[in-house]
Design a protein around this ligand. Structure first.
Ligand code: IVH
Length: 699
C-alpha cells in the first residue's frame, strides 16, 4: 500500500486525506462525545494509518488541523464532577406492611418524649427515573448534576436546560436566594416506544426500559440529542438552601409548584399507618395506567424540623422510606444448575433458565442461594418454575410448579468440592457452633475463581471504579496471565508495551480504547479511603462498613496498624474497633482473617506501591466543638432520645461509640448512668450532663 500511495498524484492524495479527515473526525466525535462509536476500532485504526501515510508521503499536504498526532486520550468521563454540598441520599426499603409499621414505630419511639406530638407523613409515588439536583441562584437555573455516588455527581447543566418541564427561571419571588431543587428525570412510556421504534428502523441502540433510555439521554454530550427526546421531571426534594422556605414536605411541594415545577398529583398527607397503606394500594391500582414507571411509594415525615432531628445514617435518611411494589413474576424452565464460586469462596448454585422477560428485562439466571434452599423448594433440573425480579436484585425462584414436573426432571446433587480449583469445600460454622447453609472453597487467593471475582470487585464502581475494565476484560486478562493480582492492573500498560499482541492491535480494541483504558487505570491510583477499603473485598465489608472504618481511622496506615495490633492480641485496639456503632465481632474476625493471611499481605504490599489513598474527610460541619471527637452516651436522657442524641453528634462531625476507652473524648451521662460513667471518671474523661450537651448543640 505504501508504494501505491507514493505513486498517487498530489491531487488524489489531497482528496483522500480530506475524506479520511472527515471520517476520523466524525468517529472521534461519536466515540468520545457520545459514548457511541459508529465504526469498529479496527476500521478506525486502518483509516488513521492511511491518513498518517498520506501525510508521510505528501508532507506538504499536512493540514493545520491534522488529526494524525492527536492521541485518542480523553478523560474517562467527559462530564465535569460536582461535589454535592448536601449529599444526595438514597432511601431504605420496606417490602411488607410490617416494615412500614416498624418504620412508623421507630419514628414514634424517636420522639416519645413529646407526648402530644401527632406525626404526619407525606405519601408520594416513587418515580423510576434518574435523580437530578438543579441549582438556582436568584431564581435563575445555574447548574445541574446527577446523583453520582451521592457525594459527587456529574455536571449535566446543558442537558437539563433543554428539558421543558424544568423552569429556567423560577416564578414568583418567595424562593431562597440559592436553592438546589431535586427530583426525578423520567420518560413516559409513549416516548420510550417512539424512540425505540425509531432506533429499530434506523438500526440505532434499543433500550430495555424507559429508565435506561432517560439515563442515556441525560448523558449526551450534545444537548440537541437530549432535546430531541422528551424527558420529564417531577420535583420532590431539595439540597442546599440559603434560607428555609417551608415547614413541611407538603408545603415545600406546593412552593415548588408555584415556582413552576411539576409535582406529582398523587401525593397526600397521611396521619396514620392505615392511611399510608391505603394510599399505597390506591397508587398501586393506578400504576398500570400512569403512562410512566413507578416502583413503589415514598413515605416521609411531613414536618421538616422533625426530619432534621431524626437525621440520616451513612446513606439513608431515618425520616423516609420507600415502600416497594411486589416483584414482577414469570414462568420458565430450569435448563441446568451451575455452581458459581464467589469472591469469598461461597459455592452458590445458579439456575440457568430458558430466557424469559420479566418486567421488560430478559432474565437467564436465577440464584438458588444454597444447597438447603434447593432441597427446601425441591428444585430439579427440567422443572417449570415461577421466577421474580425486584429492582436491581438477582432474580429469584419463588416456587416449582410440581404439577407440571416433567418425568425426566433430575434432582441436583450438590458438589462438596470447589468446581474450579478442586479444593474440598467446608461449611461455615455460625455463632452458635452450628453448620451454616453455605459451602465454601477455603483456597482463597489460591483459587482462580476467587481471584477473578476479587479482581472484578476491586475494579467495580464502588471500589476503584476503573471504567473500561469490566467483568469480561478481567476474565480475559486473567486468562492470559496479564492480570493475576490487583497490582498487575497498574503494570498493565508496561506489560502491554512489551507484548507481542498489544491491546491496540486486538479485535475490539484499537489505539483509542487502549489509551482510554490506561488513562482510567492511571486515574484510579488516587483513591478515596472508603472506596479502597471496599475494593479489598473483605468479607462483610460492604459499602457502609467501609465508610464506618474509613471515618473512624481516617487514613489507611491507621486502619491497617490497628488491625495488626488486634492480630497481635492488643485488646484495647480491638475494643476501639468494636466501639464503632455497627461493627461487631463477626466483622472484627473477618478483618483479622483477611489481614493475617500471608497471601493477602503480599498482594496488598505490592498494590500499595501504586496507590495514593486519600485520607477520609467528612463533609459535615467540621469546626464544631465536638467535630472528630469520640462521644459516648450513657444513662437515660430526658429531653431527647438516645437515637436523637446520636444523630445530633454525627451531624456535628463526631464519632459515637458504645464503650468508654482512653480514646473517648466526651461522655454524656444521663440519669442512672452506671459503669460507663465510672470508667470515664477513672480515665479522667470529660463528662457532661444532658443539659450541657444540648447547650453545645444549640451553639
Ligand atoms: S426522596 C433524602 N422522593 O428514589 C430522600 N426519592 O431509592 C431523597 N425517588 O435517589 C429521595 N421518587 O432518585 C424521593 N418521591 C420521591 C422519589 C424518590 C423517586 C428516587 C430518588 C432516590 C431513590 C431512592
Amino acid at each position: 500500500m505504501d508504494e501505491q500511495i507514493a505513486n498517487w498524484s498530489e491531487q488524489k492524495a489531497k482528496k483522500e486525506l480530506d475524506r479520511l479527515h472527515e471520517i476520523i473526525k466524525k468517529a472521534d466525535e461519536a466515540y468520545y462525545n457520545r459514548d457511541n462509536p459508529d465504526i469498529s476500532d479496527a476500521e478506525y485504526d486502518k483509516y488513521k494509518q492511511e491518513y498518517q501515510k498520506i501525510e508521510k508521503f505528501f508532507p506538504q499536504l499536512k493540514r493545520a488541523d491534522s488529526l494524525s498526532e492527536k492521541v485518542g486520550v480523553t478523560p474517562t468521563s467527559p462530564f465535569a464532577k460536582i461535589t454535592h454540598i448536601v449529599p444526595m441520599l438514597s432511601l431504605g426499603n420496606a417490602f411488607t406492611q410490617r416494615d412500614v409499621i416498624d418504620f412508623v414505630d421507630r419514628a414514634k419511639k424517636f420522639f416519645r418524649h413529646e407526648k402530644n406530638l401527632q406525626l404526619t407523613f407525606s405519601v408520594e409515588p416513587k418515580i423510576d427515573g434518574i435523580s437530578a439536583s438543579i441549582k438556582y441562584e436568584n431564581g435563575h437555573l445555574v447548574q445541574a448534576s446527577t446523583r453520582g455516588d451521592g457525594e459527587i455527581g456529574e455536571d449535566i447543566t446543558a442537558n437539563i436546560m433543554v428539558i421543558k418541564d424544568i423552569p429556567k427561571r423560577l416564578k414568583g419571588e418567595d424562593y431562597p436566594k440559592i436553592i438546589e431543587v431535586r427530583g426525578e428525570v423520567y420518560m413516559e412510556h409513549k416516548e420510550f416506544e417512539r424512540l425505540n421504534e425509531k432506533a429499530r428502523r434506523e438500526g440505532g441502540q434499543i433500550y430495555v426500559n424507559p429508565r435506561n433510555l432517560a439515563a442515556g439521554s441525560l448523558r449526551q454530550l450534545d444537548p440537541k440529542i437530549t432535546a430531541s427526546r422528551k424527558l420529564k421531571f417531577f420535583a420532590y426534594a431539595w439540597g442546599y438552601i440559603s434560607s428555609s422556605f417551608a415547614k413541611t414536605q407538603i408545603e415545600a411541594l406546593e412552593k415548588f409548584k408555584k415556582w413552576g415545577f411539576r409535582v406529582n398529583e398523587l401525593t397526600i398527607c397521611a396521619s396514620s399507618v392505615e392511611e399510608m397503606l391505603a394510599h399505597y394500594h390506591l397508587i398501586e391500582e393506578k400504576r398500570a395506567n400512569l403512562g410512566y414507571d413507578i416502583d413503589g411509594v415514598v413515605y416521609k415525615i411531613n414536618r421538616l424540623d422533625l426530619q432534621q432531628r431524626m437525621g440520616a445514617d451513612s446513606s439513608k435518611p431515618r425520616w423516609a422510606i420507600a415502600h416497594k411494589f411486589p416483584a414482577e413474576k414469570a414462568i420458565t424452565k430450569i435448563e441446568k444448575i451451575d455452581i458459581q464460586v464467589g469472591r469469598t469462596g461461597a459455592l452458590t448454585p445458579v439456575a440457568r433458565l430458558k430466557p424469559v422477560t420479566v418486567g421488560g428485562v430478559v432474565i437467564r439466571n436465577a440464584t438458588l442461594h444454597n444447597e438447603d434452599e434447593i432441597k427446601r423448594k425441591d428444585i430439579r433440573v427440567g422443572d417449570y418454575v415461577v421466577v421474580q425480579r425486584a429492582g436491581d436484585v438477582i432474580p429469584q425462584i419463588v416456587k416449582v410448579l410440581i404439577k407440571h414436573r416433567p418425568k425426566d426432571a433430575k434432582q441436583f446433587s450438590f458438589p462438596h468440592k470447589c468446581p474450579v480449583c478442586g479444593s474440598k469445600a467446608v461449611r461455615d460454622i455460625d455463632e452458635s457452633g452450628e453448620f451454616g447453609a453455605i459451602w465454601r472453597c477455603p483456597a482463597g487467593l489460591f483459587c482462580p475463581a476467587q481471584v477473578v471475582e476479587r479482581l472484578k470487585h476491586f475494579v467495580s464502581k464502588k471500589g476503584m471504579n476503573i471504567e473500561g475494565l469490566g467483568e469480561k476484560q478481567i476474565e480475559q486478562f486473567h486468562k492470559e496471565g496479564l492480570i493475576l493480582t490487583p497490582a498487575d492492573i497498574y503494570r498493565l500498560k508496561e506489560r502491554d508495551e512489551q507484548s507481542r499482541t498489544p491491546l491496540r492491535e486486538r479485535a475490539g480494541y484499537g489505539e483509542k480504547s487502549a489509551n482510554k483504558l490506561f488513562l482510567a487505570i492511571k486515574n484510579s491510583r488516587s483513591v478515596e479511603l472508603d472506596n479502597f477499603i471496599y475494593a479489598l473485598g473483605i468479607r462483610h465489608i460492604g459499602e457502609s462498613n467501609a465508610k464506618l472504618l474509613a471515618r473512624f481511622y481516617g487514613n489507611f496506615a491507621n486502619f491497617e496498624s490497628a488491625i495488626f495490633r488486634i492480630i497481635k492480641g492488643d485488646e484495647q485496639a480491638k475494643e476501639q474497633l468494636l466501639s464503632i456503632d455497627g461493627i461487631g465481632e463477626v466483622i472484627v474476625e473477618s478483618l483479622v482473617d483477611f489481614f493475617s493471611n500471608k497471601k493477602n499481605q503480599e498482594v496488598l504490599a505490592d498494590l500499595l506501591k501504586y496507590l495514593d489513598i486519600k485520607p477520609y474527610s467528612i463533609s459535615e460541619i467540621k469546626n464544631s466543638e465536638i467535630s472528630s471527637k469520640t462521644v459516648v452516651f450513657t444513662g437515660s436522657l430526658e429531653k431527647i432520645t438516645r437515637a436523637e442524641a446520636k444523630a445530633m453528634a454525627e451531624r456535628m462531625g463526631a464519632k459515637v461509640s458504645n464503650s468508654v476507652s482512653s480514646k473517648t473524648d466526651l461522655v454524656v451521662a444521663g440519669e442512672n448512668a452506671g459503669s460507663k460513667l465510672k470508667r470515664a471518671k477513672q480515665l479522667g474523661i470529660k463528662i457532661m450532663n444532658e443539659q450541657e450537651w444540648l447547650k453545645i448543640i444549640e451553639n
